[in-house]
Design a protein around this ligand. Structure first.
Ligand SMILES: *Cc1c(COP(=O)(O)O)cnc(C)c1O
Length: 379
């Protein structure tokens, strides 16, 4: 029997005009990490965010987080508070700067940074060491974190927040865009994100000066001189004009992608509505608007009578990809020395959670295969 085509968790979905912008770059020989596509893509992103913000497009979301830490002066001997339940790219740039991550557990509503444990961690570090230099809070799976509570604590202790909005382009909290709450925010356009430039990212900045400073860091920190002169450490992190051409085409279909991903979320809600012990991850209330980058479920094996792993393997038989939720950073071998504040919320999410196919390019036939296989399993 030939194998059925693979249904991916989230795969690139071109809108149609990407190639046109790339062809323009070739025609005009703008094959460089600057050019008309970079400027146009940045302008589109700036207009898209509410309130309008300043954007520096970069080679990756990881590079964006790194340059945020660099500009906040994070260095050897510093500590940075970071959500534990996330992708490793949220935390790795802390290490690049020679600083230490302090991991914070999640709360159960948004699965993001728990305000209570954040404050406990700050108090502990003030008493035993010194004030942490920054807070990295993540809008995981597109779900906004508890914006008001997290930022109230950050303000009370005067610690800047870096938003990791890599998964949350198009998500909002009380109609304000994710990516505009922090001192800086990182976006990602990696291959599996809601829009892609094949690989790429951006740093959202509060002012034009801050954007220009980010671009300077990202282009080897060249001073204004006819020769090559450098007064600070530089990085080679700028986005290429080819990748930005893909980004321009993707911005034209971003809202469509979001609408479709939200439909996938409704599809799973319908599918599991009568299954005890399975909870589809959703917004806590109307203040939250998630782009539902990935739809996810929590399987409580005691009530459901099966584990998320059993469901994952059943889907795999039909060549349908699904994946456990992020493994928390404080449980990763690499970060085993790091401090952690919290209980077992993130750990339980990892044990019981599963991400399901959520791409904006899934067809009716794909949905039918997913639905049939899940129904077969539940029977
Ligand atoms: C994808 C992602 C990143 C990193 O973005 P890249 O563009 O892949 O470097 C950072 N944080 C989170 C939560 C992500 O999902």
């Amino acid at each position: 029997m030939t194998q059925k085509s693979k249904i991916w968790l989230s795969s690139p979905h071109m809108g149609g005009n990407e190639q046109t912008y790339i062809n323009e770059a070739f025609a005009e020989n703008w094959i460089a990490p600057l050019g008309p596509n970079v400027n146009a893509f940045e302008a589109q992103l700036e207009d898209y965010l509410t309130p309008k913000s300043y954007i520096a497009t970069l080679s990756s979301g990881t590079a964006a987080l790194h340059l945020a830490l660099v500009q906040l002066g994070v260095t050897h001997g510093d500590e940075v508070l970071c959500q534990s339940f996330t992708f490793s790219a949220s935390a790795n740039p802390i290490i690049y700067q020679g600083a230490k991550p302090i991991f914070i557990d999640s709360e159960e509503q948004t699965w993001n940074m728990c305000p209570y444990h954040l404050e406990q961690a700050i108090k502990h570090r003030l008493e035993h060491y010194k004030k942490p230099k920054a807070i990295i809070a993540v809008h995981l799976y597109g779900m906004p974190y508890q914006v008001e509570k997290i930022h109230a604590i950050a303000e009370a202790y005067d610690i800047p927040v870096i938003e990791d909005a890599a998964e949350a382009l198009g998500s909002t909290y009380k109609k304000q865009s994710c990516g505009t709450f922090g001192k800086f925010a990182a976006l990602s356009f990696n291959g599996n994100k809601i829009i892609t430039t094949s690989g790429g990212g951006a740093l959202v900045c509060k002012t034009l000066e801050s954007k220009l400073e980010t671009v300077k860091y990202a282009t080897q920190s060249r001073d204004d001189a006819p020769h090559y002169q450098h007064s600070q450490l530089g990085f080679n992190y700028r986005m290429s004009n080819i990748c930005a051409g893909i980004g321009r085409g993707q911005m034209e279909v971003l809202d469509h992608h979001i609408a479709f991903r939200r439909q996938m979320h409704d599809f799973y809600k319908e599918l599991f509505k009568n299954t005890d012990g399975v909870k589809v991850f959703e917004e806590p209330n109307g203040d939250y608007f998630s782009n539902h980058w990935l739809s996810a479920i929590i399987v409580n094996p005691e009530i459901a009578g099966f584990t998320r792993e059993e469901l994952r393997l059943k889907l795999l038989e039909e060549n349908i990809e699904s994946r456990p939720l992020w493994k928390p950073m404080h449980l990763q071998p690499y970060f085993k020395e790091a401090l952690f504040f919290g209980n077992s919320v993130a750990e339980t999410l990892f044990d019981q959670g599963l991400c399901l196919p959520s791409g904006s390019n899934l067809t009716d036939l794909d949905r039918e295969r997913i639905s049939n296989q899940i129904k077969l399993f539940l029977k």
